[in-house]
Write a protein that binds this ligand. Structure first.
Ligand SMILES: [Zn+2]
Ligand SMILES: [Zn+2]
Length: 300
């Protein structure tokens, strides 16, 4: 049996909430040069529904300012910054930097938050080593696309590491974030959450269920298992006359199972694939990455 994390999410009951969990703001250190007010206004203008101000080793209390009628809500969190970096989301405290990463992950989970490991390929290919990624457990996922690193050393993409983890049977989700430092960083990479509401609790629940995808500017319209096929359809975020997109279906070990250029596409579901994740690209180079649809027994 195949598990589809998006099952029954493409209907009027669910919104697609554009989110950024990785935002340096508030003039706390050299990384946060913009004020929280300016940063908030910028993300609201871009149509975001959820934002986390995530400064280095400093929790910024924002969730308490949420009001029901606000179009964009705040999620509490911070970027735990030691030798490696990780986003601790849904928590209202910082952890001592001498604590082992696993202890922090466990405590964040105990407090109903979640942890995302940051920019695995910043500066060098093993900013997070494969060994660490494989040894740590119970983190929610990794940044598979981190926007700021398109102007910094290394690479902001970490799909190779993601396939390595998924192939090893670790159910970790792929996230997109801006890692916003400058105003020009806003809106480059984001996570779309398919949730009924944009409250922090509802969004964290949807994330835990895998009902989200990473994007640099495309929207997922459909991802469904029907019979023995996995169907996918994406679109530009803004209305367009363009119809065709490149669809790439990847299975275990990151093997390209199928590539298509069409308005929508599908892939046969074969048990030996283990999981199937899809990358969609348009002519402007905008992309989205779905979470894996997977054989029930594939993950631990
Ligand atoms: Zn970082
Ligand atoms: Zn950062």
């Amino acid at each position: 049996m195949w598990i589809n994390p998006y099952e029954n999410r493409f209907n009027d009951d669910f919104m697609q909430i554009r989110s950024n969990f990785h935002t340096h703001a508030g003039q706390i250190d050299g990384c946060s040069v913009n004020t929280i007010a300016d940063t908030t206004a910028l993300y609201e203008k871009l149509g975001y529904g959820l934002l986390c101000i995530s400064n280095h080793n400093r929790f910024t209390p924002m969730q308490q300012t949420n009001k029901p009628d606000m179009p964009m809500k705040f999620l509490d969190g911070y970027e735990h910054t030691c030798e490696q970096h990780m986003l601790c989301l849904g928590v209202n405290k910082e952890y001592d930097i001498t604590l082992p990463y696993q202890d922090i992950i466990d405590d964040v989970n105990k407090n109903n938050g979640l942890v995302i490991l940051c920019h695995p390929n910043w500066i060098r290919e093993d900013f997070w080593t494969n060994e660490s990624l494989l040894t740590l457990t119970d983190y929610s996922g990794i940044e598979i696309v981190n926007g700021v690193i398109s102007r910094l050393e290394g690479s902001g993409i970490a799909t190779k590491e993601w396939d390595m983890l998924l192939t090893a049977g670790k159910k970790v989700w792929g996230f997109g974030t801006d890692d916003y430092h400058w105003q020009s960083d806003a809106g480059k990479a984001f996570t779309m959450i398919l949730s009924r509401l944009n409250s922090p609790d509802d969004c964290l629940k949807a994330i835990n269920e895998g009902a989200h995808y990473a994007s640099t500017g495309l929207k997922l319209v459909r991802l469904s298992v029907e019979g023995n096929r996995l169907y996918c359809e994406a679109s530009r975020m803004i209305k367009t006359h363009l119809k065709n997109y490149t669809y790439r279906f990847y299975g275990k070990e990151g093997i390209l199972l199928k590539e298509d250029f069409a308005p929508s596409s599908y892939c046969e579901l074969k048990k030996e694939y283990g999981y199937i994740r899809i990358q969609v690209i348009n002519e402007e180079g905008k992309m989205l990455w779905t979470q894996p649809v997977y054989v029930e027994q594939w993950f631990d």
